[in-house]
Design a protein around this ligand. Structure first.
Ligand code: ZN
Ligand code: ZN
Ligand code: FE
Length: 753
């Protein structure tokens, strides 16, 4: 017999995921002694016993770790024998800097659902059921380590039965921090905005209200939702009017996959995302015979659907409804509401009733939004279920950097050693409440990750509020160009750090020359890039007004293409005031409030307006989204090969062709599809030109324009045809939500240079 004692330190996502109970059960089974504890680095085990048993222990723990865990490091040391009599779980220690990772919020598991719908179970219909494998995590966390006392469950002392589950290593709720039951745990309450509604059965009453067409504010995991019956066109319309949200799509929550199949096409990958513990909203292609009313997502070929992910959702969807409109509860562009009183104060006037509960949400965290493109995940909004999972970067980052992101779709990021943590979706910082949330997130994220940054990275745009914040701090800071950050973000996500060609296409970003960029072909690495070529600039007549009113961009492109010979009777002009058209031309001629831009997003807007699809928008990227929706039915066009000479990607010919097709009365869908395919050809030509000049074969794609499926898949196809090796985003958003990672890597490179 050979007796040994070993010290094992396991890091990664190992706290709050049932790691200690798993270790405990395994040690007991194998007759090993010692202890397991959580510390700030992760899980700390000391284990003693016969060598062959120890080997079994390692094998079994590493091959079948708890389902929600993610082992990053597993270090074993031999230490002196102590001859413990038993194996035990020790209380948390917290004295070294933490590298433990915090789990995101986890959708209710099947075991808990079974219990919740079992009339003989003591948690029958209890809306806060959870266990070691499921329940809220990130959103109820005050500080680390992840222990009940440091969560919003601290105000609910465990009843004797829950306590015994919590203490029993063989119970599936052993050390489940949010463990609760109807006797000791959180409770629902129903409110009409003025007073508490007395109700025998709150869930039944909520269902009844929804059936009557009422709008409900329902408190969930990372915030409130506004819920209505999707089949009730009037209720959805009322919600749009009250929320001031004219056409932006609403998300739906469905009971099960069968329900979703009735309305949308579903691939294996999409089912996998929908049913994952992250439970994101997945953008799915609507079936032609979809019976849901058009006003849920007007002029849109997609529906955003998610599955129920909290016990309350399952209770609401068990019988009368198979799906509900569940949209983030906020006023216009403000962050999602999380607090009971805040909900009543701010949402009265929108919601007719409130389904509240008394478990505090400490961190707001919206539903994540994802889709599948070319069999790969594209993340549009990275929040609940994903945050605060880290992005591991192989090359060690030398400095602790805080990156403050951009202005729109803001997220921040923090780095420590080889790891970058991207925050949840924060929103558009020009909204004062989103700005407060931005500041709050910086301080909370630094606190729970215990990272004290030494540097701040920010966007070069002098007017971004994140830039102004960064400059007001008492830390050395580094300015990063917007499209450079996009490019390095996708490179770092793919662990690629050599020189590459970046085709970075978005709506707006401040360029090194002080103009607005957005259709950029860059060449370089984290340390530096060259602006190899870009979309030939046009005027942005009226500045930001041109973003809201794509018809202005159509005129700007016509002006740039035809100069003094502009066709004056295109269909889209007929709905416009003749004077307004003249004023815009004058603004361009006299260069009044009409800065130059190379934006690719604005080119999509221009074409959408030219084709008379969308003249003014009421949500971000609406013109491009509707242009793409129409293009899906277009006939496959004949594409002209393009060669690029010099720096400009000149789309004059493209605009001329589109105008000629309009004048020839070609179907709008055909022209729309032609535009997508032909535009891709311009960037392919630029990439080939860069490849010849620099002998580079690697192309990085980033920027919000790649959320356009037709354009994106055409770019991928053509780049593959031309034998490029392509880097794309699969873990971070391709929109500005992914900027902060690039900012960190660039800042780190610049500091070390
Ligand atoms: Zn569970
Ligand atoms: Zn209890
Ligand atoms: Fe951008």
């Amino acid at each position: 017999m050979c007796i040994k004692r070993e010290k094992i330190v396991i890091s990664g996502i190992v706290q709050g995921v049932g790691f200690r109970p798993t270790v405990y059960r395994l040690a007991k089974e194998l007759s090993l002694s010692g202890f397991v504890s959580n510390n700030a680095c992760g899980v700390h085990i000391e284990i003693e016993g016969e060598n062959s048993q120890l080997e079994k222990f390692h094998n079994r723990l590493q091959s079948a770790p708890p389902p929600l865990s993610k082992i990053k490091n597993y270090a074993v040391d031999i230490i002196p024998i102590r001859k413990d009599s038993k194996f035990e779980i020790q209380l948390s220690k917290h004295n070294t800097p933490p590298t433990a990772l915090i789990s995101p919020d986890i959708a209710t598991c099947d075991d808990c659902l079974r219990e919740m719908f079992d009339p003989n179970d003591r948690r029958y219909l209890y809306p806060f059921i959870n266990c070691t494998n499921c329940g809220p995590r990130f959103t109820i966390l005050k500080s680390i380590p992840y222990d009940r006392a440091l969560t919003s469950m601290s105000s609910f002392p465990l009843c004797p039965q829950c306590q015994s589950e919590y203490d029993n290593p063989t119970d599936r709720r052993f050390h489940a921090q949010p463990n609760a039951c109807a006797v000791c745990g959180p409770q629902l309450s129903l409110h009409d905005g003025t007073t508490i509604i007395n109700s025998e059965n709150m869930i039944a009453d909520v269902i009844k209200y929804l059936q009557e067409g009422k709008i409900g504010a329902i408190k969930g995991i990372g915030g409130f939702h506004l819920a209505v019956d999707p089949s009730n066109i009037k209720a959805t319309e009322t919600l749009r009017v009250r929320k001031g949200r004219a056409e932006k799509p609403f998300a739906l929550m469905a009971k099960d996959i069968q329900t979703i199949k009735k309305y949308c096409y579903l691939s294996e990958e999409e089912i996998e995302l929908l049913t994952s513990y992250k439970r994101p909203i997945v953008l799915l292609k609507k079936k032609e015979n979809c019976t849901l009313p058009e006003n849920i997502a007007p002029h849109n070929q997609h529906l955003g659907l998610m599955l129920a992910y909290s016990p309350v959702h399952h209770l609401l969807l068990q019988s009368e409804f198979d799906c509900l409109v569940m949209t983030s509860a906020n006023l216009s562009e403000e962050p999602i509401v999380i607090d009971n009183q805040e909900a009543i104060d701010r949402l009265t006037g929108i919601a007719d009733f409130f389904l509240l509960h008394n478990r505090e949400i400490l961190k707001r965290c919206d539903d994540s939004i994802v889709r599948v493109l070319d069999n790969k995940t594209q993340i549009i909004r990275r929040s609940r279920g994903y945050v605060p999972l880290p992005n591991f970067i192989n090359d060690k980052i030398t400095h602790s950097v805080l990156a403050v992101g951009g202005e729109l779709k803001n997220s921040i990021a923090l780095s420590r050693d080889d790891t970058v943590f991207l925050s949840q979706y924060i929103g558009d910082l020009d909204n004062p409440k989103a700005y407060d949330f931005f500041e709050e997130t910086i301080s909370h994220f630094s606190k729970i990750l215990e990272i004290k940054p030494n540097y701040i990275a920010y966007d070069m745009h002098p007017e971004y509020l994140s830039t102004k914040w960064a400059k007001s701090q008492d830390l050395p800071s580094v300015a990063v160009q917007h499209h450079h950050a996009h490019m390095v973000s996708v490179m770092a996500e793919n662990n690629y750090y050599d020189k590459a060609i970046g085709i970075i296409l978005d709506g707006t970003g401040y360029g090194t020359d002080g103009t607005i960029w957005g259709g950029e072909v860059l060449v370089g690495d984290a340390l530096s890039v060259e602006r190899f070529s870009f979309l030939k600039q046009v005027r942005l007549p009226g500045g930001t007004a041109a973003i809201k009113e794509p018809w202005r961009m159509a005129l700007a492109y016509l002006h740039a293409t035809y100069r003094n010979d502009i066709p004056n009777d295109l269909p889209f002009m007929r709905s416009l005031d003749k004077n307004k058209i003249d004023i815009v031309y004058q603004m361009i001629d006299k260069q009044i409030n009409s800065p130059f831009t190379s934006s690719c997003g604005r080119l999509f807007d221009a074409v959408s307006a030219l084709l008379n699809i969308r003249q003014t928008i009421n949500y971000d990227a609406q013109a491009a989204i509707e242009l793409e929706a129409i293009a899906t039915t277009g006939a496959v066009p004949t594409i002209t090969p393009i060669t690029i000479n010099g720096t400009f990607i000149d789309t004059t010919e493209l605009i001329r062709n589109i105008v000629n097709m309009i004048l020839d009365n070609k179907p709008t869908a055909d022209i729309a599809l032609y535009f997508h395919y032909q535009l891709a050809e311009y960037f392919i030509a630029a990439a080939i030109s860069a490849k010849e000049k620099y002998a580079l074969n690697r192309v990085a794609l980033s920027g919000g324009v790649y959320q356009n499926k037709i354009f994106y898949t055409q770019m991928l196809k053509r780049l593959q045809d031309e034998n490029f090796s392509v880097l794309i985003h699969t873990e971070l958003p391709t929109n500005d939500g992914g900027l902060a990672l690039g900012q960190i890597i660039i800042a780190d490179a610049l500091i070390n240079a």
